[in-house]
Design a protein around this ligand. Sequence first.
Ligand code: RIB
Length: 300
Amino acid sequence: MNRTVVVGSVNRDYTFLLDHLPDRGETILSRRSYSSTGGKGANQAAALSKMGLEVAMIGAVGADEPGERAVEALAAYGVSVDHIIKKNVPTGSAFICVDKNAHNTIVVDPGANGALNCEDIDSAAQVIAEADFCLMQLEINLEVVAHAAEICREHGGKVVLNPAPAQKIPDELLSLTDYLIPNETELALLTGCEVNCHTAVAAARRLTDRGVKAVIVTMGEEGSCYVDGRQDFFIPAAETSAVDTTAAGDSYIGAFLSALSRGYEVRTAMEFASLAASITVSRQGASDSIPLLEEVERLL
Ligand code: RIB
């Protein structure tokens, strides 16, 4: 089985269940609220571990209760947490509004995630060097992501980048990326193109032209599409009854990599990932809503 390292964020999520997302200037009451462990890095590490991979996480939390609870939760999922560092800054937090149609908006305060630096990556370089895949997102500083990507590629590993939250990425980092996995909004920002299910392939091709080996665009209920220098294809979304789309992308990515590691073809790995995401959105929460491997396999 392949080894994976996640270099990314750990957050405390504060989720509010609403009838509708607030308009500008509007104050609304939530139907219910709760907090749980989140952060795209932590969610993706949890997904990989729940799907049976050996996974280590490199990240940062504050010396506070949310940080402690997150590290405990990740360890309970089986993630190696030896390289989650405590910083003198509060643990990152995310404020998530979910409407009655399961759509959400998320505001992230990076907190300790923003304090993770290249020296921290150097201290954990061995873990990256030994990994077959290095999975990252953009809730930590871009220079840290680029540094980890360089170490990973130097040692023959594959770099997987989920460019979320959306921001511009320099060509040097794109050319170190084996799999780039954006959603439509992120792809639109990266390419300047309007992205929908009809234009996604052409937009993704702009990134393969700039050096990315392969792009997988996740498009929610429209499915996902794969583009590399030779081929492109669509995979439909699995049917589901969504209550909360938080961590849908995170579970898709974790399931995709776990299936690839078990030797599945890319197409089959994407189908498997769609099934995992369909379970995640049928439940509330982030890391805790992501299914175990056997739950996904039951749907095959
Ligand atoms: O992808 C979902 C995650 O985005 C949430 O858990 C939240 O913490 C934000 O990082």
